[in-house]
Write a protein of this length. Structure first.
Length: 373
């Protein structure tokens, strides 16, 4: 049985804590563009370079409040409280990574949160990675941030997410990302993509990330919008799965996802320069800089070995979701009840059976209809 009065207090307190825990700004180097230009210029001249990144000073994160919150929980008595306890632990790992910028702390914390690359998936990733880089600069990549933001706003409005917005941000490690607490999709200032890629990222960001969050809002248990612990591999893997399901996943994008997996593995033991030079021979120097910077996010001295392993979730998550749904196709809808992980599907089934939560109102099918207009 769920004590909804007790759970209401817990979830309200956790949501207040979340508001004080902005992470993305403090993992993105403020001198990213300068170091990018320097790295690419030196690479062209045949010179190896390890960027020196500078970060914003982090805020005073509510560490004591999180620890007090954890002490109030009864994880042995209530399953939902166990999940909140695990979520709070992950937040503490993220906070220590940001405030220390220590490569060992970042590597250990992210390996605990996202896992380690494994040999089986590495072999699969290497089979997808191109043998050598072919410059496709002639491809039509005509859309800038202004061309992208308006169509995305229109799609959000058409689905009924009128309180969401699209904003331009700089600097950013990713080309785009969803910030649920702000209800914003951030687009990197220097983005430059094709129309086909725009359709793909709309499915990824809106059709999965925004949609799962909004479906979670409608549930009686707010953890479905706040995100179950360790749900991110499923979140990103499902987004890639839906790109493929709706025939939006270009071969180059899958190669990049595979490249991210390989990069995270290499970065664990190698400096930026060595990983960058290898990936540049496969995906080109521009994409290589983006990918390797992501694998060293939070690092000041990128010559140090170690990795922020979040990027293994895209390729690894995709293959996990693909395998599971091939065997259990009827469970597809369950992933859209909210921000849940593959490992949480049994509890989602149980809560649906007990009518604690409801089936989702919106699915990616509702988004692809608009994308294809």
């Amino acid at each position: 049985m769920i004590d909804f009065i007790r759970l209401e207090k817990i979830e309200t307190e956790w949501e207040d804590i979340q508001k004080e825990c902005n992470f993305y700004k403090y993992n993105t180097p403020i001198n990213r563009e300068e170091e990018r230009r320097k790295t690419l210029k030196l690479y062209k001249s045949g010179v190896s370079y390890n960027p020196k990144f500078i970060y914003r000073k982090p805020p005073n994160y509510p560490i004591k409040r999180i620890l007090t919150f954890m002490n109030k929980l009864r994880p042995k008595d209530f399953y939902i409280e166990k999940l909140y306890y695990e979520k709070a632990q992950n937040f503490m790992l993220e906070i220590y990574s940001i405030i220390t910028h220590n490569p060992r702390v970042i590597s250990a914390a992210t390996c605990l949160s996202y896992g380690l690359p494994n040999n089986d998936l590495l072999n699969k990733a290497f089979k997808i990675l191109p043998k050598s880089f072919i410059d496709s600069s002639d491809d039509i990549k005509s859309l800038t941030n202004k061309d992208i933001s308006e169509p995305m706003k229109n799609i959000l409005n058409q689905i009924g997410f009128n309180d969401w917005d699209v904003a331009i941000a700089d600097p950013m490690n990713a080309l785009m990302f969803v910030q649920e607490l702000d209800k914003k999709i951030y687009i990197r200032k220097d983005i430059y993509i094709s129309k086909q890629t725009l359709k793909r990222v709309i499915m990824h960001e809106i059709g999965v990330h925004v949609l799962r969050y909004e479906n979670g809002i409608k549930q009686s248990i707010r953890l479905l919008k706040n995100g179950f612990p360790m749900y991110l591999e499923t979140e990103e893997g499902l987004a890639v799965y839906c790109e493929k399901k709706y025939k939006l996943l270009e071969n180059e994008a899958l190669q990049e996802y595979a490249g991210r997996y390989i990069t995270a593995n290499l970065a664990l033991t190698q400096p930026f320069s060595e990983v960058f030079e290898f990936i540049a021979t496969k995906l080109g120097p521009k994409i290589a800089f983006d990918i390797v910077t992501r694998s060293k996010r939070g690092f000041i001295d990128t010559e140090q070995p170690g990795a922020h392993t979040k990027d293994i979730t895209y390729f690894g998550g995709y293959l996990s979701i693909k395998k599971y749904l091939n065997e259990n196709p009827n469970d597809y809808i369950l992933f859209f009840t909210g921000q849940v992980g593959l490992q949480h599907i049994p509890i989602i089934k149980s809560m649906l059976k007990d009518k604690v939560i409801s089936k989702p109102n919106l699915l990616p099918d509702d988004v692809i209809k608009i994308i294809n207009i």
